[in-house]
Design a protein around this ligand. Structure first.
Ligand code: CA2
Length: 151
């Protein structure tokens, strides 16, 4: 059975490409999804791509990833990154390799963005590469789970 990676996006990321392009760029979330699918395809990995503005929905999807034996999770928890013990607990319980992604370099921004709770459950963290960070996260996750590039 093909491996599946859940790519989960938190609040306001549905606005990508429509506001604040100087911070987040001009690509839309649909462009991010395309990039994730194209990157994953090289490793024979399938993608479940989701976005929600609701904390509990993200918790449910992390539990779903575990229940469906997903190979891993790529998560941009956006504004929940520094506040959500519930998302942290869900990731810890899921025991799946998780990569935290941020489009911007959160450490070069306001100090309230620096203390990620998500990082405590993440195997790796990528920030500051723009949307390319999602492709890097999938490539890194593919290496972690031993998925080989298809020739
Ligand atoms: O850099 C990232 O990816 C962030 O996770 C984005 C979050 C922010 O709270 C984190 O500190 C860093 C904000 C997502 C909001 O997305 C928007 C996209 C376009 C326009 C407005 C908001």
């Amino acid at each position: 059975m093909a491996k599946t990676v859940y790519v989960l996006n938190g609040p306001n990321l549905n606005l990508l490409g429509t506001r604040e392009p100087e911070k987040y760029g001009r690509a839309t979330l649909a462009d991010v999804e395309k990039l994730c699918r194209a990157t994953a395809k090289r490793y024979g990995i399938g993608i479940e791509f989701r976005q929600s503005n609701l904390e509990g929905e993200i918790v449910n999807w992390i539990q779903e990833a575990r229940a469906r034996k997903a190979a891993g999770i790529v998560l941009n928890a956006a504004g929940y990154t520094t506040t959500s013990v519930a998302i942290l607990d869900a990731l810890l319980a899921a025991k799946l390799p998780a990569v935290e992604v941020h489009i911007t370099n959160i450490h070069a921004r306001e100090s309230f963005r620096h203390n990620s709770l998500i990082s405590k459950a993440a195997r790796a963290l990528i920030c500051g590469f723009g949307i390319e960070g999602y492709a890097l996260a999938i490539t890194g996750l593919a290496a972690m789970i031993g998925a080989k590039a298809k020739s």
